[in-house]
Ligand binder design. Structure first.
Ligand SMILES: [Zn+2]
Length: 252
């Protein structure tokens, strides 16, 4: 029988823990599931905490790679793949070439389930949006992929985030976190058991202390859909999978 294989595809180091951490920890401890993570950049342009100002982009990329490896270990990810694209420049990459090389890698990993950000990028980050397009295009060509899910941000998470932190500045623009209503959500995973592990992984990302502090506050505020469950939209499926689901491998 084909083993169960989960693949998360994220643009930057920290996305895997901040957004997908509960899910990756949950399946990471499941002996029947192999978990894989593709991180498309090394996060060379990440927003630096005050202690790291003056660090070069190259050095930051190296540091963030170490942080990503730390998080992957805590989340018990079986295989981590780090691609060589540049943070902030993902939308400028020739899409056909990127998709072709992603198809080769996904075929090698051979997952039934793929998870990534939706077309809104979670908060409009252009790298997140571009990666969503690449992945959505790629999986259509790979017969073994049975389901593609987009991460969904529930109202309690989004409204708390907006209330406490407002919009997210990026390259002179102000981006807003997405809000996904109940009708968009097809799968909800109970990740309560893995909250501690998720936050340990988040704290590997020392250079991203703005984000870790924000998520620590949301945890103290007990924002349920951020700390204890992960929600997904079923964007693409080969076959008929009744929703709502509580397991991404339901029906596989
Ligand atoms: Zn990101």
């Amino acid at each position: 029988m084909r083993p169960k294989v989960l693949l998360a595809i994220t643009p930057h180091p920290d996305d895997e823990s901040l957004m997908f951490g509960g899910t990756l920890a949950k399946y990471g401890q499941d002996e029947d599931v192999k978990t894989n993570l593709i991180t498309v950049t090394r996060g060379q342009k990440g927003s630096l905490g005050p202690r790291y100002l003056g660090v070069t982009r190259k050095k930051l990329g190296e540091k963030r790679e170490q942080e990503l490896r730390c998080a992957a270990k805590i989340l018990k990810i079986d295989h981590l793949y780090i691609l060589d694209y540049q943070d902030g420049e993902v939308p400028a990459v020739e899409e056909n070439i990127a998709v072709a090389s992603l198809i080769r890698l996904i075929r090698k990993i051979n997952p039934q389930v793929v998870i990534t950000f939706g077309p809104d990028g979670g908060y409009g980050h252009p790298d997140h949006i571009a990666v969503c397009h690449w992945v959505t295009e790629a999986v259509r060509f790979i017969k073994g992929v049975e389901k593609l899910y987009y991460y969904a941000i529930k109202k309690d998470f989004a409204t708390s985030f907006i209330k406490y932190f407002g919009k997210i500045p990026l390259n002179g623009e102000l981006l807003e976190i997405a809000i996904h209503d109940a009708a968009y959500i097809d799968a909800t995973l109970d990740c309560r058991q893995f909250t501690e592990q998720k936050f340990k992984a988040i704290h590997c990302h020392q250079t991203q202390e703005f984000d870790t502090k924000r998520f620590d506050l949301l945890r103290r505020l007990n924002v349920k859909s951020m700390i204890s469950d992960d929600n997904y939209h079923l964007a693409f499926a080969r076959g008929n999978f009744p929703t709502p689901e509580t397991d991404l491998f339901a029906g596989i």
